[in-house]
Each structure stands twice: as structure tokens, then as C-alpha cells.
Write a protein that binds this ligand. Structure first.
Ligand code: ATP
Length: 287
């Protein structure tokens, strides 16, 4: 079975507090975007999980998020014959803050539920996914949603209005655990206007959403190229620009498609991983 799994951006990311178990309580507004990994899952008759990926730097072993999701799925369903092959064709940049690994994990859970005819509900798949990664429940859900808790509580909201999205990843990888440590070391945090954002996404008010976009990781994670990328986005009349996840990727929202294209072309002169995309309403799409 073959599916496409979408990347995401965070229209808002605020960290409320550190929990006793070491996790963080989050407030996020998530948006799926049209950049996809393609994931193929098949039974292989070999009794164990085999994983392949076409991109260097992605572990092809039990450390892969997709592999971990498969193991958790088999544990949860009591399935002993774990003979499956997972093939990942990567388009989503790695360690970028746009949920590349989570998308693959979500794709595997979705496929296994069909292949093994286990009939788990969406909610049950999310529960398995959240034990592997905070963004997996959203990756399974897709669209536009508010995510709370550790990312495990998902409330879908009105779809984001049609717009163009430019995404640029500078040549820097950010480790998510390191980003949280840097955040924890901050002595003062400027939190975001979450209440107004809830109002804005509930009514689908694009202008208001744009005026409220923000990410508290920008206060903690240094991305030397961020001001340059944002400067270019603003020059081309971005309605909002912000870092996604724990970084370093920066996205811009544009109501004017032509300006977005010009911005994409300009940033492509300086950065190798630049995308011109749009909001999408599904996390997983069967091919
Ligand atoms: P998220 O927003 O889900 O935290 P991210 O963009 O910050 O995603 P990932 O692309 O998921 O980060 O990758 C983080 C690390 O996880 C990488 O350095 C990589 O070694 C490892 N990894 C494990 N499995 C995968 C996978 N399937 N795809 C990409 N990276 C993976």
C-alpha cells in the first residue's frame, strides 16, 4: 500500500510549561502543507521490519520514527509476525521543524491498520502515534487544527483560506530536544496571544491569523539566516512570516500568488531547500 504524507507548519507555537515527566505542555496551531513524503508498506514474509529511505541522514533501522510506529502498532495489536517492508521517498526536509519524521510515522500507522485489517479508530491510531512523537496525531489528522497538551489533543478548526506558502530551510539542522533545553534555559518568555488566535482560527479570519502568527522557539533557538529569510518574505509582501516547530525552517503566507512566486525565486538564489506550496486539508492521501 502506498500513501503520501504531508508536512506541517505551525501558525502558532507557544510552550505553556514543563511537565513533571519532562514533556512540555503546548499550544499549537497546525497547518498541513503540500510537501509530501511517499511511503510504501508491504508484507514481506521475512518476520521482521525492513526499512529503506532514499535520503542520506535518515536512519534505516529501529531509530526511524516509521519503524518505531510499526513496532508500537504490532505491540498494541498483539501481532507477532512483523514481516513488513517500509519504503520512504523523502521530499520533506529533515530536522527542519515541519514534521518529516512524524508524517512517515503517521503514514505507517495508517497503512498497517489497513493491511492487517485491524479496524483501529483514528483516535486509537493517534494514541499509538503520540507515544512515538508529539506531531504524529496531527500528521494522521491533517488540515488546520489547534493542538494542545503534548500534541495529543487535536481540535480541527476552519480550513485556512486559500493562500500561497513559501517555505525556506537554511542549511542548519535543529535537534528538537536541544531546542527544548534552550527554551527551558530562558529566564523570561514572551508568550503569545493564544485567546485571540483561538477566535481567529474559529472564524477562519485569515488577516487576524496572519497578525497573530508566532513561535516562542524564536526566542530560544538561534537561526542566523532567519532575519534574512524573513526580510525577503516581507519585501515580497508576505502577510505573515514565522519559524515552524523548533526550526530552522521559516514560512511565509501570501495572499498574492505572484508575489509568493517572486519570493520563492529570490530565496532559491540563496538557499537550496525552498518550496512554493499551499495549505492542504488531508494529512495522509492514498496513492
Ligand atoms: P518534527 O516537527 O516531527 O519534530 P522535524 O522536522 O523537527 O520533525 P524530523 O525530520 O522528524 O524532524 O527528524 C528529526 C531527526 O529524526 C532526524 O535527525 C533523523 O535522524 C531522525 N529520523 C528518524 N526517522 C526519520 C524519518 N522517517 N524521517 C526523517 N528523519 C527521521
Amino acid at each position: 500500500m502506498k500513501v503520501k504524507a504531508a508536512a506541517k507548519i505551525n501558525l502558532m507555537l507557544d510552550i505553556l510549561k514543563k511537565l513533571d515527566n519532562g514533556y512540555h505542555s503546548l499550544f499549537m496551531v497546525m497547518q498541513s502543507v503540500g510537501i509530501y513524503d511517499t511511503v510504501t508498506v508491504e508484507k514481506n514474509g521475512e518476520g521482521h521490519i525492513v526499512i529503506e529511505c532514499d535520503k542520506k541522514g535518515v536512519p534505516c533501522n529501529s531509530k526511524n520514527i516509521a519503524y518505531k510506529c510499526a513496532e508500537k502498532f504490532f505491540d498494541a495489536c498483539g501481532i507477532e509476525d512483523r514481516g513488513i517492508s517500509i519504503k520512504i521517498k523523502k521530499e520533506i526536509p529533515i530536522a527542519a521543524g515541519i514534521a518529516g519524521g512524524s508524517a512517515d510515522g503517521a503514514a505507517v500507522l495508517y497503512c498497517l491498520n489497513k493491511i492487517f485489517d485491524t479496524g483501529l479508530s483514528h483516535h486509537q491510531l493517534c494514541e499509538i502515534g503520540e507515544t512515538v512523537g508529539a506531531d504524529i496525531p496531527f500528521s494522521l489528522t491533517g488540515g488546520t487544527a489547534v493542538a494542545l497538551g503534548t500534541g495529543n489533543v487535536i481540535a480541527p478548526v476552519k480550513s485556512l483560506a486559500d493562500c500561497s506558502i513559501v517555505i525556506a530551510k537554511p542549511e542548519q539542522e535543529v535537534s528538537t530536544p536541544a531546542a527544548y533545553s534552550q527554551f527551558d534555559a530562558l529566564t523570561r518568555v514572551r508568550h503569545l496571544d493564544r485567546i485571540s488566535m483561538i477566535e481567529a482560527v474559529s472564524s477562519g479570519d485569515y488577516d487576524k491569523i496572519c497578525s497573530l502568527c508566532g513561535n516562542v522557539f524564536e526566542q530560544a533557538v538561534e537561526v542566523p539566516k532567519r532575519p534574512h529569510i524573513k526580510g525577503v518574505m516581507r519585501k515580497f509582501e508576505a502577510d505573515a512570516c514565522c519559524m515552524s516547530g523548533s526550526g530552522p525552517t521559516v514560512f511565509g503566507l501570501f495572499s498574492d500568488e505572484k508575489q509568493a512566486r517572486k519570493c520563492f525565486e529570490k530565496l532559491s538564489e540563496n538557499y537550496s531547500e525552498v518550496y512554493l506550496t499551499l495549505p492542504v486539508s488531508q494529512g495522509i492521501i492514498e496513492c
